[in-house]
Write a protein of this length. Structure first.
Length: 244
């Protein structure tokens, strides 16, 4: 097995990872259940959560989207507990480093001109990764999302990262399966930690998906830290300011 895969998922063997889509779904669900149970065990011992009166549901929900404790208490746990939680996942040390960097970061707001200036580099990274469809990044609309007009305009856009989804019906390459499992497991806890934004979590998980995607998500995260989101519009892209 290649050294990079050993680092990504210690103990995994390439030949043990399924290639059939249905079998992959079963494999991912099993990993999610293992991590879910282990996280709740760690939450049970966390002093900050214990002081809040935190408790696990019995039985735990099979659907992670219904596991409110898992989703909402990860960011309220102590750093030591978060470290132990993430150590169970591929590249856990880097996931922990990025999580703590995000949780302790202060916004670095960007003026509109600087946000615009970053778009060509982001467009080049999308092209390097290989998007689902071609998008004209020169067709740009600016949205002030807290206004009534901005809210209406946002409903006509989508997250720019839908361009990275690929064929959702196709099997995942076996070597990418552990990273996909970890990303999907962390998606909602990190979304909740970011106040219902996916961008920070996508940056935190980006090392699981290769260097090019990591550079892309880093650029999108830095834009988000500056108070901006890049959105996919019908006739190009939208640059949405979400901070007044």
């Amino acid at each position: 097995m290649p050294n990079w895969l050993k680092a990504l998922f210690p103990g995994a063997r390439t030949k043990a990872l399924p290639t059939d889509r249905a079998e992959q779904n079963v494999w991912v669900k099993a990993r999610h259940r293992e991590w879910q149970l282990a996280w709740h065990d760690l939450f049970d011992q966390d002093p900050a959560l214990t002081a809040e009166g935190s408790h696990r549901d019995d039985p735990l929900p099979d659907d992670l989207m219904q596991d409110n404790r898992l989703i909402h208490e990860f960011s309220r746990a102590t750093p030591e507990t978060r470290r132990a939680c993430l150590a169970l996942l591929p590249l856990g040390a880097e996931l922990f480093r990025r999580t703590e960097a995000f949780l302790s970061a202060a916004p670095q707001l960007l003026p509109e001109a600087e946000a615009r200036a970053r778009i060509p580099a982001i467009a080049a990274l999308f092209k390097e990764v290989g998007p689902n469809e071609e998008v004209d990044f020169t067709q740009l609309t600016v949205i002030e999302r807290w206004t009534q007009e901005g809210e209406a305009a946002m409903r006509q856009t989508d997250d720019i990262t839908v361009l990275l989804e690929g064929n959702l019906l196709a099997s995942t390459p076996p070597e990418a399966l552990p990273g996909q499992a970890a990303s999907s497991f962390l998606s909602e806890p990190l979304y909740a930690a970011a106040g219902n934004f996916y961008t920070p979590g996508e940056w935190i998980c980006a090392p699981l998906h290769g260097q090019t995607e990591d550079r892309l998500h880093t650029a999108l995260y830095e834009l988000w830290q500056g108070g901006w989101q890049l959105r996919l519009a019908d006739d190009g892209i939208a640059l949405a300011r979400y901070v007044r």
